[in-house]
Design a protein around this ligand. Structure first.
Ligand SMILES: Cc1cc2nc3c(=O)[nH]c(=O)nc-3n(C[C@H](O)[C@H](O)[C@H](O)COP(=O)(O)OP(=O)(O)OC[C@H]3O[C@@H](n4cnc5c(N)ncnc54)[C@H](O)[C@@H]3O)c2cc1C
Length: 420
């Protein structure tokens, strides 16, 4: 049996681990065009601010890879040849598979304005991008974490408007402003201005021009779909897979940012751009590829991240509709967050320590926690586990309810009952 995995991201690696947990003999070949192999992509932001060294981005040891006993091919897959059960590597050699996993991730959507190719126009997909930004920052005069001046253009009238509410956006924006970031709302880029091939400014649609040495863009991401063009595999915004992570060709699987996974509970196929779902999908795909039948059940998506230095947990459905800033899904984002839940909002804390709960008929369907993270884990468990909160629902909904105490007390009882 030969397994071929395209992509050395978290989905690809967890698939290798899962295959090996079932099949100790099969041949596994991983093909990836990232010269740095597997590393933490969410960690790239902290690498940029100088909080993490590049060594800390690599979560697996050499010994671990040796134990997994797979071959790593640093190359690019340029075509999938379904009728030959093979992939074309670097446009020349054929690599035959019995089972194939496509785990090629997603990439930043292009800027799409004149001057986008100038030196100094950057995005953050890979470790190579982060290294490039740091190299330029040494020369330029921008990048806040290095004591430089930053202008932040937002197409909408507030930060992350379809996930955060007005208050939450305000808290983040206030912190950014305090740190010296200059926010420009309703500001749209028209053109990047260059001189001798290098960016020197940004011209906005309203006619203003901002001088800069570097221009970073993050207007959304899209699954890397070019390999699928000639394959006839069913696709939508991403590559469509069933709950076993199989595409419409049952020997070809997909997992992670590239996959649009069918959720039997909601009957929908959604995109996530989150580390944990990619990890879990890779695992389920790997098991199925190796013959252990397993289904991926979408859990309430969550992310623990830092927004302007403020630790924030986002769980389940918290959405507010359309976001003017993004063309598509963002990094570290879930389409599910944007769904408008049938829920009533309960919230407490209107400073940096803030909690918003989306309260359904009998369960909590979403939550946002900013600052104090004591209840992050309990809320993740309670929302994912669909805990019946009927007994405290009325108290939660009361004006000035002590939300944190109510949730903490409920959690203690629920956790004990769940364990029994
Ligand atoms: C800056 C940044 C911050 C993020 N922050 C968060 C966060 O806070 N929380 C969170 O949950 N998620 C976050 N994410 C998202 C998270 O990292 C991704 O959801 C996750 O890495 C997806 O894993 P993947 O394996 O699907 O794809 P990837 O990690 O993108 O890996 C894809 C792999 O495929 C390879 N590849 C692509 N095409 C080919 C080809 N044709 N041939 C060979 N190899 C190919 C690539 O080189 C790469 O190795 C962040 C991502 C970035 C970039």
């Amino acid at each position: 049996m030969r397994y071929v995995i395209i992509g050395a991201g978290v989905a690809g690696i967890s698939a290798v681990e899962a295959i090996r947990s079932v099949d100790s003999d099969g041949e596994i070949i991983m093909v990836s065009d990232d010269p740095y192999g597997y590393y933490s992509r969410p960690g790239l932001a902290y690498y940029l601010t100088g909080e993490l060294e590049d060594k800390a981005l690599f979560p697996r040891t050499k010994e671990h890879y040796q134990k997994l006993n797979f071959n790593f091919l640093k190359a690019r897959v340029t075509r999938i040849l379904r009728s030959d059960h093979a992939v074309l590597v670097d446009g020349k050699s054929k690599l035959v598979y019995n089972k194939l996993l496509i785990a090629v991730g997603a990439r930043a959507m292009p800027l799409g304005v004149a001057g986008a190719n100038l030196e100094g126009v950057v995005k953050l997909d890979h470790l190579a991008d982060a290294k490039h930004i740091l190299k330029l920052a040494k020369r330029g005069k921008t990048l806040l974490a290095r004591g430089m001046k930053v202008n932040y253009l937002l197409r909408g009238d507030r930060y992350w408007s379809n996930v955060l509410d007005k208050h939450e956006s305000h808290v983040v924006e206030e912190r950014l402003t305090e740190e010296g970031v200059v926010l420009h709302h309703k500001a749209e880029l028209k053109e990047v201005i260059g001189k001798k091939g290098h960016v020197v400014g940004a011209m906005l649609v309203d006619g203003r021009t901002l001088k800069c040495d570097m221009l970073a863009y993050a207007v959304g991401i899209s699954p890397c779909m070019e390999l699928m063009e000639e394959t006839n595999l069913a696709k939508d915004r991403g590559l469509l897979v069933n709950e076993h992570l199989q595409t419409t060709d049952l020997d070809i699987y997909a997992a992670g940012d590239v996959a649009q996974v069918y959720d039997p509970l909601s009957g929908k196929s959604a995109l996530d751009s989150l580390w944990s779902p990619a990890h879990e999908q890779g695992r389920v795909a790997g098991w199925n590829m190796a013959g252990r039948k397993a289904a991926y059940l979408k859990s309430a998506p969550f992310n623990v991240t830092r927004l302007a230095g403020l630790t924030t947990t986002i769980i389940g459905t918290v959405g507010r509709g359309k976001d003017e800033d993004l063309i598509g899904i963002a990094r570290g984002d879930s389409e599910t967050w944007r769904e408008l839940p049938e829920a009533i909002i309960a919230q407490s804390g209107f400073d940096v320590n803030h909690m918003r709960l989306m309260v359904g008929e009998k369960t909590l369907v979403g939550a946002i926690l900013m600052g104090d993270q004591t209840l992050s884990w309990p809320l993740q468990k309670m929302i994912a586990g669909k805990a019946d909160i009927s007994s405290i629902r009325e108290q939660i909904m009361a004006t000035d309810a002590p939300l944190a105490d109510l949730v903490a007390q409920f959690w203690m009882t629920w956790r004990t009952e769940e364990a029994l």
